[in-house]
Design a protein around this ligand. Structure first.
Ligand SMILES: NC(=O)c1ccc[n+]([C@@H]2O[C@H](COP(=O)([O-])OP(=O)(O)OC[C@H]3O[C@@H](n4cnc5c(N)ncnc54)[C@H](O)[C@@H]3O)[C@@H](O)[C@H]2O)c1
Length: 282
């Protein structure tokens, strides 16, 4: 398609899926990852053509690297992203687009465009990928798009919407796009934590959580979620921590902080329950 070349940086869950989608749409897609295994998988599955040794010569650079600490997946970590930006600033083609699909905190995209001296366009189009519902909630679903400048918005809109056929919701500042993603996941975190709190209450009060939940959910505007094994994965904990770090400078009290404590207590509650079951069966 139109002879344009894409470089996907980070070939994990969302990078791989992006590459698969873009290759399927006829774009020339190469990849880059610090993990040889991730690159080999993408080449073997023919979702990328080859590993890029240099960042020179691409029209679109799509950043999909992880943004949590290598030692603690609940901790936000952007050093890798800034390393990539340095390499882009030396090697990438002027006028190309840097699309940040990874989740980042407020102010990150502006820092990146400053590092690039606006030689490239920078937009943040946070991913909403959900592996269990790849068909409906995969690469091609409505995405929020914010750019560092009007030219960045235009370039990103052309790529994501016109070339990739992804519906986009354009916001007036890149900060809103950054905040949008971490607020979405903080909101989800809070909703799950409420279900966990309710389940702990029920377990300790001799009430059936499922019966109470089903009864409450008959009200038209209420949807108490399920309480499962605690809030896992790297997205919800890390993203809500990003939001919490921003809140700390502005507010004295946060519902997200309470939700994190509830989730910790809930995990303890589950392990305690499992121990009790083990003791009673021995
Ligand atoms: N997986 C999801 O469902 C999902 C949904 C929405 C947003 N996100 C966000 O997208 C980003 C990526 O998530 P993921 O699930 O694909 O992660 P992942 O761990 O599956 O993949 C990340 C890839 O990035 C590579 N990488 C890390 N640092 C690098 C660097 N400095 N240079 C090159 N490659 C590097 C890793 O080797 C890995 O292959 C994160 O910010 C995440 O929060 C993920």
């Amino acid at each position: 398609m139109n002879g344009k070349k894409v470089l996907i940086i980070g070939l994990g869950q969302i990078g791989y899926s992006n590459a698969e989608y873009m290759t399927m749409r006829g774009l020339a897609v190469d990849g880059y990852d610090i993990s040889d295994k991730a690159v080999e998988r993408a080449i073997a599955d023919e979702v990328i053509r080859k590993k890029a040794t240099s960042f020179a010569g691409y029209d679109y650079y799509i950043i999909c690297i992880s943004t949590h600490s290598p030692d603690d997946m609940f901790e936000p970590y952007l050093d890798g992203l800034f390393e990539i930006t340095k390499k882009l600033s030396y090697e990438a083609k002027a006028g190309a687009l840097v699309g940040i699909d990874s989740t980042v905190t407020r102010g990150t995209s502006e820092k990146i465009i400053r590092m690039l001296r606006h030689r490239l366009h920078v937009a943040h189009v946070p991913h909403r990928f959900y592996i269990n519902e790849k068909h409906d909630h995969g690469v091609r679903q409505t995405r929020v798009l914010g750019g560092c400048d009007i030219c960045c918005v235009e370039k990103a809109q052309q790529f994501y919407n016109e070339i990739l056929d992804i519906p986009v919701h354009i916001v007036n500042s890149v900060e809103v796009a950054e905040l949008c993603k971490i607020v979405e996941n903080s909101y989800r975190f809070m909703e799950i934590a409420f279900a966990e709190e309710l389940r702990m209450f029920c377990d300790r009060s001799g009430i059936s959580f499922e019966e109470l939940r089903s009864a409450v959910n008959t009200k038209w505007n209420i949807k108490v979620l399920e309480a499962k094994e605690g809030i896992g994965g790297h997205c919800l904990p890390k993203d809500s921590q990003m939001f919490l770090n921003l809140l700390k400078n502005v507010l004295d009290i946060s519902i997200i902080e309470a939700a994190k404590k509830v989730d910790e207590q809930y995990r303890f509650h589950l392990s305690h329950q499992a121990e009790k079951v083990l003791l009673s069966t021995n």
